[in-house]
Design a protein around this ligand. Structure first.
Ligand code: LLP
Length: 429
């Protein structure tokens, strides 16, 4: 990521700050994120959607990737909206002063309490996942004397055989309404007949960490075709289309994601071409990037403990964090670039398995990674951890969560404090 560098002493830097000094100041483990990089990513997405949809679009930050008060403030100040998926994310956004009229509330099984919370807050759109939720929401809105603007989550059913990286098959996905059996059309007819919901548009999301553009083009085509079908069968014109997130980022040199400007250009071409072919106006288009806004901006700093060299097997480098602060290797075998931050200019000539401190063998951050040869007390940096790390962290083994430190132009500040032991027991009776 372009927010990283190496100082004259050979220390890794982020946002103009020396990571070894950051580790000394804030302790380890610590998440460090470059606010400048986050803002730049927000601006690039915004400029690109404005350009390709002629000012007729909006970027929502998918806050599941990284949620705390400060990120909602940063994203709001950049003019983006936010996608929230739970009462907790909604609460955090509202507490941070995020404007409710730029909040989109997702989720495949929102509770009654969450729906009431969203109605009371006046979120801009509730993305309805299924017919049960539609009926509950209409009733709740009626009780409050409100009409709520909704989007329907549609399963575009991109052929998983053609695009194996999309894990959700046509029928076999827990998210959204199916097109192929008429379920989505039934939902549209019901929404049109209900008094307290207003069908503002449609939504789809095809997956995450996707490097190719073609499946996004296919999804856009499927959605425009459904908009046409709705128009033909009911006379109702869908005016808003949310195409979801999922843009891949570069974790290691193996990853070759497409530039999202290329995505925007090609997908907008499909949207406009299909609209013209069907004789319909181009809808207002939204996208929901999460990972691509925050992942490249973040790193995690750890301190090396013991190094165990098991002859002919492998070298275990123990760090003071692990699956508690980054469960992605344990869950998905995700690749990461790792380096020794205080020897960043040295050659990466040592094979290391980075092991966490939790009581289980699967608690690894990376296996057989090429890093600089480490010694106890060194600082290890894992790169591109800004998304789905802090937001997926746990307190397994009663380990307190690390702090989140924002850096920008050589300055640093804590935006989430390190958890204390006292925090860990505060709800224990
Ligand atoms: N919109 C919806 C409806 C989503 O479900 C998601 C991600 C996004 C937007 C944002 O996608 P992104 O741009 O971040 O790819 N925990 C996994 C990722 C799960 C993504 C879930 N949905 C991981 O660590 O890789």
């Amino acid at each position: 990521s372009d927010c990283l560098g190496v100082s004259p002493e050979g220390h890794l830097t982020i946002g103009g700050c020396d990571t070894v000094a950051l580790a000394a100041k804030y302790g380890t483990p610590a998440y460090v994120m470059d606010e400048g990089n986050i803002r730049q990513n927000c601006r690039q997405f915004k400029a690109s959607i404005d350009e390709y949809y002629d000012g007729n679009g909006l970027v929502l930050y998918a806050s599941k990737a990284f949620s705390c008060k400060e990120i909602y403030r940063v994203v709001a100040s950049e003019g983006l909206g936010a996608d929230v998926v739970s009462g907790g994310e909604l609460y955090t956004a509202l507490k941070a002063g995020f404007p409710a009229d730029r909040i989109y509330f997702h989720g495949n099984n929102k509770t009654r309490e969450e729906l009431i919370m969203a109605l009371d807050a006046g979120v801009h759109r509730i993305v309805v996942d299924n017919l049960t939720e539609l009926a509950v929401l209409d009733k709740l809105a009626k009780e409050k004397g409100k009409v709520v603007d909704i989007l329907f989550r549609i399963k575009p059913g991109i052929d998983a055989h053609t695009h194996a990286f999309i894990r959700t098959g046509q029928i076999d996905s827990k998210f959204g309404l199916a097109l192929e059996n008429g379920e989505a059309m039934e939902a549209v007819r019901e929404a049109l007949s209900f008094q307290n919901v207003n069908l503002a548009g449609l939504h789809c999301h095809i997956g995450s960490q996707i490097h190719e553009i073609e499946p996004f083009e296919l999804a856009a085509e499927v959605m425009l075709t459904f908009i046409k079908k709705i128009f033909d069968e009911t006379g109702f014109l869908v005016k808003e289309l949310n195409l979801g997130g999922g843009f891949g980022i570069k974790y290691t040199d193996e990853d070759r994601p497409q530039k999202y400007t290329a995505y925007m250009q090609r997908v907008s071409t499909v949207v406009k071409k299909k609209a013209a072919q069907f004789g319909l106006p181009v809808p207002f288009v939204l996208i929901e990037p999460g990972r691509s806004i925050v992942a490249p901006a973040g790193i995690t700093l750890y301190t090396v403990g013991a190094v165990k060299e098991i002859a002919g097997v492998r070298n275990y480098v123990s760090i003071d964090g692990g699956m508690v602060d980054n469960p992605r290797y344990a869950l998905y075998k995700s690749s990461y670039e790792v380096l020794v931050a205080n020897r960043a200019a040295d050659p990466k000539d040592y094979m290391a398995t980075i092991a966490g401190r939790c009581c289980e063998s699967g608690d690894l951050i990376q296996e057989n990674a090429r890093i600089q040869k480490p010694a106890p007390g060194d600082i290890v940096a894992v790169l591109a951890t800004g998304a789905y790390n802090y937001s997926m962290a746990s307190n397994y083994n009663r380990i307190p969560r690390p702090p989140v430190v924002f850096v920008k132009d050589g300055e640093s500040r804590v935006v989430v404090k390190r958890e204390s032991f006292e925090d860990l027991v505060q709800n224990d009776l």
